[in-house]
Design a protein around this ligand. Structure first.
Ligand SMILES: [Zn+2]
Length: 87
């Protein structure tokens, strides 16, 4: 279940009830604006504190802090490809 919080939680995941997004506080970026979410009174924490729990309550993953898997793939595509050396 999600429950409202009024300060930065000692937890991993934080939801925004206004945008219905989940943020990963261990991978937080400035673009997440977590302090602004808390200040606006839109912050919730999850019990249990898991991404699966957040998804089960229809919160979507933030692209900045929970989209890092895709960002890693984009970087790895810059590695040299063996086909480039064949003519
Ligand atoms: Zn985020």
């Amino acid at each position: 279940m999600a429950y409202p919080i009024s300060s930065r939680p000692n937890r991993r995941y934080l939801g925004n009830v206004n945008t219905m997004e989940t943020h990963d506080l261990k991978n937080e970026t400035l673009s997440c604006q977590v302090d602004e979410i808390i200040a606006a009174g839109h912050a919730v924490a999850f019990y249990p504190d898991s991404r699966i729990q957040a998804e089960s309550e229809e919160y979507e993953s933030c692209a900045w802090c929970l989209g890092f898997v895709n960002a890693g793939r984009a970087q790895s595509s810059r590695t040299r490809r063996p086909f480039d050396e064949q003519s």
